[in-house]
Design a protein around this ligand. Structure first.
Ligand code: PHE
Length: 345
């Protein structure tokens, strides 16, 4: 037995890895292991010897188990450390800069418009940019050859069946919304989107963005239009903004107005932006012409409507200090990077 104790100590001292260690377990405690075989010999001893032998054997087994677990822990810790070392990250490597995009200024402005009108109970209605002559002009009271078409000359698509064009105003979505509304009842919508015209200078681009509002109901009057626009413009441009309505002409509204606000730059004193007048024109509006309502199936004796339309680019230019409208559509990353701000998102 003393020899066995010695050999256990020696074996466990010399073992160098986990698999050798496990082999030792077989050698001593396996089915034909040294300790197991001694155990089997107990039955052949007499009572006195049995007791002494049993105690000694237990001591040997405990000794083996204790030394075994000490070694096992050493090997397992070494393995974990090796793994940690192999999987460690070299934090001295230079970082890869991840560029995050940002919202385009026009997206920001459109979202601000939508939020405001949705809070006033409007629904956002979207219409296509390729339109028919009928929706863009005829159903808005501009028959073929109407002189007011000149101001909205646009781009025409060649098509044998119908005259398709790029819409020159978001009022086209108005026509669609009225036609789609089968009940021909009340409607309260805003239609934001891109429009196209044959224009190109610092304040006019061949592509720009408008938002059109339309409210149809019984007993709608010019007072509702004025109240709505005053509220919207003050919310958007600041409470101090004054709003002025001037008589104007649009074929699809009667009466029609053009709406000015006190200059956002000088506050009304007169500066280069407002050409010393103190006022800046921001939108067109009016009571929807009965012809327009009737052409889309509405009973103009029962329903009245007001509509307004404005260029969203103008508001973006004012809000972000953009001086040339063409930069909005130029897709120049240096320009766009300037709007990489999170505070408004
Ligand atoms: N659609 C007009 C334009 O583009 C603006 C407008 C809309 C005027 C609605 C009156 C009513 O010039």
């Amino acid at each position: 037995m003393e020899n066995i104790i010695e050999s256990i100590k020696k074996d466990l001292e010399n073992v160098i890895n986990l698999s050798d260690l496990n082999e030792l377990k077989v050698k001593y405690l396996g089915k034909k292991g040294i300790i197991t075989e001694l155990q089997q010999q107990i039955k052949d001893l007499d009572v006195e010897q049995k007791k002494e032998f049993g105690i000694k054997l237990n001591e040997i087994r405990t000794l083996f188990n204790d030394l075994f677990s000490v070694k096992q822990e050493i090997f397992e810790t070494a393995l974990i450390n090796l793994k940690l070392q192999q999987e460690s990250i070299d934090i001295s490597l230079p970082e890869t800069v991840v560029k995050t995009g940002s919202k385009h200024p026009m997206t920001r402005i459109q979202e601000q418009f939508e939020d405001l009108f949705v809070s006033m109970g409007y629904t956002v209605y979207d219409g296509p940019e390729i339109e028919t002559d009928e929706n863009c002009f005829q159903k808005l009271n501009l028959c073929k050859g109407h002189p007011a078409r000149d101001a909205q000359d646009t781009f025409y698509l060649e098509n044998e069946v119908e005259n398709y064009l790029l819409r020159s105003q978001t009022s086209t979505a108005q026509v669609r919304a009225m036609e789609e509304n089968i009940e021909k009842g009340p409607l309260k919508i805003v239609c934001p989107g891109k429009v196209y015209r044959r224009d190109e200078d610092a304040t006019h681009s061949h592509q720009f963005a408008q938002i059109e509002g339309l409210v149809i109901d019984e007993n709608i009057s010019m007072a509702d239009l004025k109240g709505t626009l005053e509220l919207f413009l003050k919310k958007f441009l600041g409470e101090k903004t004054e709003v002025r309505f001037r008589p104007s002409f649009f074929p699809f509204t009667e009466p029609s107005v053009e709406v000015d606000v006190t200059c956002f730059k000088c506050g009304g004193k007169g500066c280069s932006l407002c050409k010393q007048t103190g006022w800046i024109e921001v939108l067109g509006a009016g009571m929807v012409h009965p012809n327009v309502l009737e052409m889309s199936g509405y009973d103009s004796n029962k329903y009245q409507a007001f509509a307004f339309g404005t260029g969203m680019d103008r508001f973006a230019m004012f809000k972000y200090g953009i001086t040339d409208i063409r930069t909005i559509y130029g897709n120049d990353i240096r320009f766009l990077n300037q709007f990489n701000r999170r505070d408004e998102d």
